[in-house]
Design a protein around this ligand. Structure first.
Ligand SMILES: [Zn+2]
Length: 251
């Protein structure tokens, strides 16, 4: 005889939003419907989560976006969102971390840094945050036919920009090792090549599913175009902010 499974779902009141729901978690707000009693040993058991919950999403995002940026962007849009680090949090965290290490240990090619250059390092995450809407506007304009909203372009570009910044953190030990020499310039060039390569790859993956040489060529040209515009924009914005912050006494 086949064992018959009990398929009845018990409807109960959600302890958080007070609406009726069934299953293990509330279908309205996502809260657990049958919370376990809080005991001292449970609190102790939960301590590792404080650290790992944060990092799991972070490393998952960094890893998956490295190999399949376009696939991940589309999955995020489709609703696979909880496993990923929140885009704004991602860019702020990575930008903040980059600023922190490069401010603690300034990397130069031996020549003294100008106040403007030091300023650029110090406000790295702010500059990233300002570049993101501009890049999103360009990709939105270029791929208007794809019917992604500007908001979706913002999200996708925050992930891409944060991901290339991760690489800036990864090359820090090498930069530290060659600090004060001209090899620093070579490191910058390698980083630049990586940025351009990763952006081209991300666009190719996102908009062309990595298919066709025409799509690849368009992705590379778009990346180069964005690079020129962003460079121009950053020089202007950085100068304006620098003057402003000096006046305010922040720099
Ligand atoms: Zn609920």
């Amino acid at each position: 005889m086949e064992e018959s499974k009990d398929l009845t779902i018990v409807i109960t009141e959600c302890p958080a939003c007070f609406r009726e729901s069934g299953g293990e978690v509330c279908m309205h707000c996502g809260e657990t419907l049958y919370p376990k009693r809080i005991t001292f040993s449970r609190i102790i058991q939960d301590i590792p989560d404080v650290f790992f919950d944060v990092e799991q999403g972070l490393f998952y995002t960094i890893r998956t976006f490295f190999f399949d940026p376009g696939v991940q962007i589309k999955r995020y849009f489709a609703g696979d969102r909880n496993r990923h680090y929140k885009p704004l949090k991602f860019i702020l965290f990575i930008g903040g971390f980059t600023t922190f290490i490069y401010a603690k240990c300034p990397i130069t090619n031996g020549k003294p840094e100008t106040a403007m250059e030091a300023f650029g390092t110090q406000w790295n995450s702010l500059l990233l945050l300002l570049q993101m809407p501009l890049i999103a506007f360009i990709t939105w304009l270029v791929f208007k036919k794809r019917q992604y909203t500007y908001g979706e372009h913002l999200i996708a570009n925050s992930y891409i920009i944060a991901e290339v910044s991760v690489f800036n953190i990864l090359i820090f030990p090498i930069q530290y090792f060659v600090n004060g020499t001209n090899y620093v310039v070579i490191c910058y060039l390698l980083y630049l090549i990586f940025i351009l390569g990763y952006y081209s790859f991300a666009f190719y993956d996102w908009f062309y599913d990595r298919r066709g040489s025409e799509g690849l060529a368009k992705s590379i040209f778009l990346t180069l175009g964005i690079f020129v515009v962003v460079l121009f924009f950053t020089v202007i914005i950085q100068s304006l902010l620098f003057v402003l912050f000096v006046k305010l006494g922040w720099a």
